[in-house]
Design a protein around this ligand. Sequence first.
Ligand code: UTP
Length: 292
Amino acid sequence: MEVTTAVIPAAGFGTRFLPVTKAQPKEMMPVLDKPTIQYVVEEAVAAGIDDLLIITGRGKQAIERHFDKSYELEHELRRSGKDERLDRVQHIADIADIHYIRQKERNGLGDAVLYARKHVGDEPFALLLGDTIVQSERSCTARLVEAAEGCESAMVSLEEVPWEDVPAYGVADIESTASSDRQSFPVADFVEKPSQEAAPSNLAITGRYVLPPEIFQTLEATEPGVGGELQLTDAIRKLDHVRGLPLEGDRFDIGTLIDWLEANVEMALEHDEGEMNTAVRDVLQAQLETDG
Ligand code: UTP
């Protein structure tokens, strides 16, 4: 199956990151010099996908503005000979065909995905949460798309998390991680936010999926779950074939202060611009010396 469309839900409230998310979308929180959602869009594009649908909502206009062409800014950068900055600004506007639809009420991730039905049609599609960055050598979505090719399964990216953290996640119930293609493996079921004792594994859903179009019928037939919201995981559980693919690289849930901080520090340390790298190292070194 060929995957040509990516859906990026970005309509959530972001209450875990208040007050910074009171008047700006969490998906626009910067990690180094780019907003979170730009990393997400670039990951989809790196998977060969150039048709993107972003699910937005009230107060999310900054996302559309970010990917829009900015004539005045481009004119000014051109006029002042700032070519490198001009290239970066033009790249954002030309990155892909980006479409938008507004989720009218925040009724959960499953409800947000349902808004993509008309745009996606009868094809499989990639789903990337707009507040989650995956830093890896190869685009996480590219790996999922490749793994999904030739099999009719939904493909869900899974990450081993510390056991004490499983109550915060949807967790996979698997028979074995051994698989014929040595990459993905069948998932029998998912358990949403289990207690540590009841968790069937510590393999957590990470916010990257390839889903078949049947997910829309399944979502429509699903009742609201935890928190009165339509839960995507509840609908995925009802699909006939679901496989898990282990995540490679680092995942950051930018909806939380700690992950946002970690993302900035780790990515600054890895950045090829020496200046950024050195600045963080100096701060960390000075702190270590103070701590003795
Ligand atoms: P979260 O589970 O982080 O929910 O959403 P949230 O409401 O945004 O954040 P908190 O829990 O209040 O801090 C995961 C992704 O799904 C989108 C979010 O924008 C985020 O990218 N989402 C969530 C929607 O698009 N619509 C919703 O109704 C809920």
